[in-house]
Design a protein around this ligand. Structure first.
Ligand code: NAD
Length: 493
């Protein structure tokens, strides 16, 4: 079993308090690696390394084009190591190898895209309304960035956060989830191999309340970019205000998949299943509410259940597995308790509805893919994020009612619309309060498309051109070239 330390200033550094945490393989239910349990002292060291790299040395003086070239080199290394990294992440969080391999092969595109943007961060020269004055803007790196990530897709979040941050010229301290840190630590080696100067990318591990909170509090961290639950996000938002940090939050969801009677029912059924059972439902974009038009509700429900029944549970490393384990024991209990709540509220369970008891599944953290019907919007199962393979079906009569139900949530991360009526598709894309609207598709992400949430689903956008702005501060420069006597010093000019 390998023991990992913090990665600070290009070195592997033992935790100050000499404590480590077991990292559990959720499929086997056994420890498979050990990670450092950090404390505030470790955070200080990591932030000091990141601050030094930001202000002096090769990164501080590196031309943006060179930064971009390093990022492209990293993209190549990630692609070269895609299978190995995918395997590490599967061991850590139980996601499917089939999905992770694809994700890691695509992952390099974020570094290529933002590497290409590194030397296109342009200010503007303003036609200023003052005589004999020249004025322009500069966009400068915001500073040291603290990146806090969730356990469900640690490496994807690194790309989303660190590629624009490094393109902007920032340095980063990453704090991955205590449940899935190993892939991020392995990734650090690739940045070294690509040639990033020491201190540009640092990783500290440990518990959120201890090491994460210390990073949020640290006065030399200029920005926190966070992916996780809305409860933690709210705490971080409030805490970061004490030191006036910039904050970006990628939080949870209760996304609706809205199926109209005029759609291609088989495609929609496949989209609904991929929205809720892929990644064992442990994704922020899970389409956990199926809103289906009453005229096809019975027929469509039958198709969704039939497809859901084909989902094979098993070893996440196996190519034919569709449903892997739940990542943590606490999450497993949470999903089961929501299933009980749904039953007690009167929702009708028509698939699954409990733990999977197959003795061939060793770690024990498997939940049956579950579908509830006769769900109403006031039930907790329709309002709260479960983060598991649990689908709630709600009927609607017409477009107006579909929109009302879809938007009747504190969340606003994503929504799916299934219809062959293009006018309706466009109308729905305008009125749904969600950061992403998918039409006749679901769970499709690209480095080119801004991603993020409205309402309680977050603040800010990752990916796409606008992501880089979140890592820049605008500076206005005004220069006088006036000749003659000095201006009146007692009035504004
Ligand atoms: P979480 O909020 O428990 O933890 C996220 C990270 O924050 C971890 O690294 C954790 O150690 C750290 N943390 C916890 N408490 C902290 C504190 N007080 N101060 C600083 N850091 C702290 O979330 P999770 O359980 O790891 O992930 C699941 C959640 O993430 C779900 O709600 C899901 O919807 C959300 N998520 C959102 C997105 C998105 O892009 N919108 C993507 C994936 C997951």
């Amino acid at each position: 079993m390998k023991t990992y330390n913090h990665y600070i200033g290009g070195q592997w550094v033992e935790p100050a308090q000499q404590r480590w945490i077991d990292s559990i393989d959720p499929y086997q239910g056994k420890p498979w690696a050990r990670i450092a349990q950090g404390c505030a002292q470790d955070v200080d060291r990591a932030v000091a390394a990141a601050s030094k790299a930001l202000r002096e040395g090769p990164w501080a003086t590196m031309l943006p084009t060179e930064r971009g070239k390093l990022m492209v080199r990293l993209a190549e290394l990630v692609t070269k190591n895609a299978d190995r990294l995918a395997e590490v992440e599967v061991r850590d969080n139980g996601k499917l190898m089939a999905e992770m391999r694809g994700q890691l092969n695509y992952h390099g595109e974020w570094w290529r895209y933002f590497g290409g943007l590194a030397d296109k961060i342009e200010g503007a020269v303003m036609p200023i309304d003052k005589p004999d004055m020249m004025a322009w803007t500069r966009h400068e790196p915001v500073g040291v960035v603290g990146a806090l990530t969730a356990w469900n897709s640690p490496l994807l979040f690194i790309a989303w956060k660190c590629a624009p941050a490094l393109a902007a010229g920032c340095t980063v301290v990453v704090k991955p989830s205590e449940f899935a840190s190993v892939s991020t630590l392995e990734y650090a080696e690739l940045l070294k191999e690509a040639g990033f100067p020491d201190g540009v990318f640092n990783v500290i591990t440990g518990y959120g309340q201890e090491v994460g909170a210390a990073l949020v509090d640290h006065p030399d961290v200029a920005k926190i970019t966070f992916t996780g639950s809305d409860a933690t996000g709210a705490r971080i938002y409030a805490q970061a205000a004490q030191t006036m940090k910039r904050v970006a939050l990628e939080l949870g969801g209760k996304s609706p998949n809205i199926v109209f009677a005029d759609c291609d029912l088989d495609k929609a059924a496949a989209g609904v299943i991929s929205g809720i059972f892929a990644a064992t439902g442990q994704t922020c974009i899970a389409g956990s509410r199926l809103l289906v038009q009453n005229s096809i509700k019975e027929e469509f429900t039958r198709r969704v259940v039939a497809l859901g029944q084909t989902a094979r549970k098993g070893n996440p490393m196996a190519a034919d597995t569709n449903i892997g384990p739940v990542t943590t024991p606490a999450q497993y209990q949470k999903i089961l308790s929501y299933i009980d709540i749904a039953k007690s509220e009167g929702a009708q369970c028509i698939l699954g509805g409990g733990p999977a008891t197959d003795p061939a599944l060793p770690g024990g953290q498997f939940v049956e893919p579950t579908i509830f019907t006769n769900v109403t919007s006031d039930m907790r199962i329709a309002r709260e994020e479960v983060f598991g393979p649990v689908l709630s079906i709600i009927g609607f009569e017409d477009e107006k009612e579909a929109v009302e139900i879809a938007n009747n949530t504190i969340y606003g991360l994503a929504a799916g619309v299934w219809t062959e009526n293009m006018g309706r598709a466009i109308r729905m894309s305008k009125v749904l309060r969600a950061g992403t609207v998918w039409i006749n598709t679901y769970r499709s992400l690209s480095y080119m498309m801004p991603f993020g949430g409205m309402k309680h689903s977050g603040i800010g956008r990752e990916s796409g051109m606008e992501a880089i702005r979140g890592y820049l501060e605008t500076k206005s420069v005004l220069m006088s070239y006036a000749e003659g006597a000095p201006a009146n010093p007692f009035v504004m000019r």
